[in-house]
Design a protein around this ligand. Structure first.
Ligand code: MIC
Ligand code: SF4
Length: 638
């Protein structure tokens, strides 16, 4: 039986292990990326690992999230990150250059290579055939310093696209449709590999939109073949030398197949408050819109924004609507400026923002109370926009631009009067180099640390018995935004875990912080897909700081589980579904750990019940927990 693209890349890059589904594998990493809200932890941990140089071909540190500098904190973080770049010879992308995933696709993505990034949307580069995986900060520090990433060989789902999109329907509608079918946990432990004649009509940036939101499915990554469209894109970026053709074998083995007929798709919308709460735009009437926000790593490419400009040209944004547009990169912004598209947007009444994440992570533009906000972004978790009473809907750039003119949500199909049938491409993309600094390795470079940068917490080796109270029981699909929220006020605390811990689970249970202090930590009980969403390892470091020693859940999201393990917090799953129901916030548990086994018994001293739990990880993961987390493990603490 032949190989999928995924298994071909794993075979090519494996250092250790067998490429057999479910097996543990060590993968050579070619590139790493970090962004600023996870980057400070990555680099603090890199320094802790005590290495002197990087072990990857290319490492890039992007400044793109924390660009609202209300106090000294964000600027201090940036100065720290830049000083690490100087010491290790890491490419530094200054604030204003744009969003890490858009920039990485433009400048560095190489088909068939492996990229590990400290951001969950790292799979965006899968649009150019790169095997790009989002990971926790410590995993990225290890990849950068040791040149490898350890993972379980995933299952592969073949998503076969047939037909062609109708005019006014975009790549975003494809991935929203897939989210409707598979849900936010449907991709866990899978790589989504795209094929079929339908992919031929999709450009690399459209493919990147689809791979980007594979993160919302919980997938390990998503990938397209590297074909003529990939060559075309790289060539127009002046990077034809980076092209490698990459296809699955005709008789490749797949664990599952999903067929999508593009010609049947209509504009889609993800309703509040989950990216999989998807219906056809035509199926909901209205609603009246207060804010439209276009941009993010999902939909801020040149072609996305040219489509928006075409729709806006010669029209006016509805009076009550605030339309913001954040370009994905400085190059996109320059091209739109040079060709007059920005003028068309301004004349229509749009607010042009910096090339950065911006409103997507609540860095400004929080809408008014109870607002309806239409966004071309990838996440609409409650409160993420900065206004907890707001209702955020996720749509394509076509639907967003058209609705901003109408003042209510409406499908653009057949209404705009402009030709939306083709991707708008320049003959060659402009390449703005002004914001990239290529530092050479300089082991003597001084590391600069401002007062907001505090040491990260370290765990202690695991004991054979753990005792404590259940201090929180949650439902399914808890996000890392629920665990450690992000907003313009909180993101500056990303290098200050003690301060950030005061906001842990704030929107779910404002008493969580006080209760965990009074109880001196304890256990958290979660439902399915616990920890979905971002890669932020703060969602593990903060609970660690508060004394949490185990999270017992029905199932875990991949990156968060890795972060718990690296922090030395036990991720445990229930052997029996009913036990989740029996356990409560009054439970006082004793966990009995037998180091020879992954089965762990919990005795509930409140009701006398015994629960059979299982450690949800590999043998090596268990050794990491036993050592008290990955840093201690790597230091050889056992
Ligand atoms: C996000 O979109 O939630 C983020 C902010 O980019 C995160 C990273 C973080 O929390 O810093 C992600 O997706 O990994
Ligand atoms: Fe930035 Fe939003 Fe993309 Fe996260 S999802 S990297 S915040 S644009």
């Amino acid at each position: 039986m032949g190989l999928s693209i995924t298994y071909k890349i794993l075979e090519k890059n494996k250092i250790d292990g067998k490429v057999i589904c479910g097996a543990d594998i060590r993968l050579k990493t070619n590139q790493t990326l970090t962004q600023d809200t996870t980057g400070t932890m990555v680099y603090l941990q890199l320094l802790e690992l005590g290495v002197r140089k990087k072990a990857v071909d290319r490492a890039v540190a992007y400044i793109d999230h924390n660009t609202l500098q209300l106090g000294y904190e964000n600027a201090d973080d940036h100065a720290f990150i830049e000083s690490v770049c100087k010491r290790f010879g890491i490419v530094y992308s200054k604030a204003g250059n744009g969003i890490c995933h858009q920039l990485h696709l433009e400048r560095f993505a190489v088909p068939g290579d492996v990229l590990i990034g400290s951001d969950s949307h790292t799979p965006t580069c899968g649009g150019a055939g790169m095997f790009a995986v989002g990971a926790g900060g410590l995993d990225v520090a290890i990849a950068l310093s040791h040149g490898y990433y350890e993972m379980k060989v995933p299952k592969v789902m073949n998503v076969v696209l047939t037909g062609m999109l109708s005019e006014g329907v975009g790549a975003k509608d494809i991935i929203l449709h897939i989210l409707k079918v598979l849900t936010v946990k449907g991709g866990v432990n899978y790589v989504l590999e795209y094929s079929g004649e339908g992919i031929r009509s999709l450009s690399v940036t459209e493919r990147a939109t689809i791979c980007n939101m594979g993160a919302e499915l919980g997938a390990t990554t998503s990938i397209f073949p590297s074909d003529d469209a990939t060559f075309d894109y790289l060539n127009r970026q002046g990077r034809s030398d980076d092209f490698n053709g990459l296809f699955a074998d005709d008789d490749a083995h797949y664990d599952e197949v999903l067929n999508v007929d593009l010609s049947e798709l209509k504009p889609q919308v993800a309703q509040p408050h989950s990216p999989d709460n998807v219906v056809d735009v035509d199926d909901i009437k209205g609603p009246k819109v207060d804010q439209v926000a276009i941009g993010s790593c999902t939909n801020a490419s040149y072609s996305d924004l040219m489509t928006v400009a075409k729709i806006l040209k010669g029209r006016m944004v509805a009076r009550e609507v605030s339309l913001t547009i954040s370009p994905g990169s400085s190059s996109v912004l320059k091209m739109l400026t040079d060709n007059g598209a920005i003028s068309d947007m301004i004349e229509a009444g749009a607010r042009i923002l910096e090339a950065s994440c911006g409103p997507c992570i609540g860095m400004g533009q929080a809408p008014k109370s109870d607002a309806v906000s239409l966004r071309t972004f990838n996440r609409n978790f409650k409160g993420r926009c900065g206004t907890s009473s707001a209702n955020v809907y996720l749509v394509s750039p076509e639907t967003a631009a058209w609705s901003s003119i109408k003042g209510y949500l409406e499908s653009p199909v057949g209404k705009t009067g402009v030709d939306l049938s083709n991707t708008v491409w320049p003959e060659y993309f402009d390449r703005v180099d002004s914001y990239f600094i290529n530092y050479d390795l300089n082991p003597n470079a001084e590391i600069v640390m401002g007062p907001n940068i505090k040491p990260f917490p370290l765990n202690t080796p695991l004991q054979s018995s753990l005792e404590g109270n259940v201090i929180l029981k949650t439902g399914d699909n808890i996000t890392t935004d629920d665990i450690v929220p992000s907003s313009a006020n909180l993101l500056p605390l990303r290098s200050n875990v003690p301060e950030l811990s005061k906001y842990c689970f704030q929107s779910i249970d404002p008493e969580f912080y006080n209760r965990s202090r009074i109880n001196k930590g304890g256990f958290i009980v979660g439902g399915e897909n616990y920890g979905q969403g971002s890669s932020r390892e703060h969602a593990a470091l903060v609970p660690l700081y508060l004394g949490i020693r185990a999270v017992i859940a029905r199932s875990f999201a991949r990156i968060h589980k890795g972060n718990l393990i690296n922090s030395g917090i036990l991720p445990l799953v229930f052997e029996s579904e009913q036990d989740y129901e029996k356990i409560s916030e009054d439970s006082h548990l004793e966990l009995k750990i037998n180091f020879g086994s992954k089965d762990i018994e919990a005795i509930d001293q409140q009701n006398g019940e015994r629960y059979n739990l299982r450690f949800d990880g590999s043998d090596r993961d268990f050794e990491i927990i036993r050592a008290g987390g990955a840093i201690l493990y790597l230091r050889g603490a056992l």
